[in-house]
Design a protein around this ligand. Structure first.
Ligand code: DGL
Length: 260
């Protein structure tokens, strides 16, 4: 099996990082659209075109399944891609349902990109799961910029988080939903600025569970063998040692924040 993970940039590595623990025998292809990141502050039409280009490339590589490890791209373009291609396409959406199930009384804050926050997909999800009207929504686009330059826990990151979260009385919240895969890198910084009672909920586990469920149903999961990952930046294979070292630094940060 050759499983593609696609994101606007490096956020999707957090989903791949989890998937590699769950599926140790598969072949992975990670595609970061580094030529066009960020998606979340662009128009939906622009993102649609970027996703279509990436999918065409991935299908040409002969992948067997595509995980859209990007809430923004899922919100904009997954239905069109499912209509176009006949292979398993697993999307992502903010894990609001999971967060509400953890507590059900206190509030939940969903943070994501501007496109995801304003999108009809999230609106529909919240209408469906948030019967008690406990969910608030906040766009944090700067975190994508910080993540792309590997600035995970600087004074500027903390000041940004503090400023943006200031209007929310976080003692009244049970969880923050990380509704953008880039936000996973900031769990340590967030831990410093939010009360310890607030949990972080991401969609990585749910997405990988769905991938496993889909592939298992087709009897397509490998039982043995080694795993390998190839990396692409917008259709260009990443082979330069300094670029691979950059990817390694993201993976190390994900190791650090995995249990937070
Ligand atoms: N990582 C993406 C997400 O999960 C979007 C980041 C961006 O390009 O704005 O929504």
């Amino acid at each position: 099996m050759k499983i593609a993970f696609f994101d606007s940039g490096m956020g999707g590595l957090s989903v791949l990082h989890h998937a590699r623990r769950v599926l140790p025998h598969e072949e992975f292809l990670f595609y970061a659209d580094e030529a066009h990141v960020p998606y979340g502050t662009k128009t939906r039409a622009e993102v649609e075109a970027f996703v279509a280009e990436a999918f065409a490339f991935l299908v040409r590589q002969g992948v067997d399944a595509i995980v859209v490890a990007c809430n923004t791209a899922t919100s904009v373009a997954v239905p069109a891609m499912r209509a176009r291609y006949d292979l398993p396409i697993i999307g992502m959406e903010p894990a609001a349902k999971k967060a509400l199930a953890l507590d059900g009384n206190r509030r939940v804050l969903v943070v994501a990109t501007p496109i995801t926050i304003a999108g009809a997909k999230l609106e529909t999800l919240i209408e469906r799961v948030d019967k008690e009207h406990l969910v608030d929504r906040l766009a944090l686009p700067e975190l994508v910029t910080f993540a792309e330059r590997q600035e995970f826990d600087s004074p500027a990151v903390r000041a940004y988080l503090q400023r943006e979260l200031a209007p929310y009385p976080l003692e009244a919240y049970s969880a923050i939903v990380l509704g953008c895969t880039h936000f996973n890198y900031f769990k340590a910084a967030l831990r410093e600025v939010v009360p310890p009672s607030v949990r972080f909920v991401d969609g990585n586990e749910g997405t990988v569970n769905e991938l496993v469920r889909r592939l298992r149903a087709r009897g397509e999961l490998a039982q043995a063998g080694t795993s390998a990952t190839t990396y692409y930046y917008s259709g260009r294979r990443v082979t330069a040692p300094q670029e691979l070292a950059r990817i390694e630094r993201y993976l190390r940060q994900l190791d650090r924040v995995y249990a937070l």
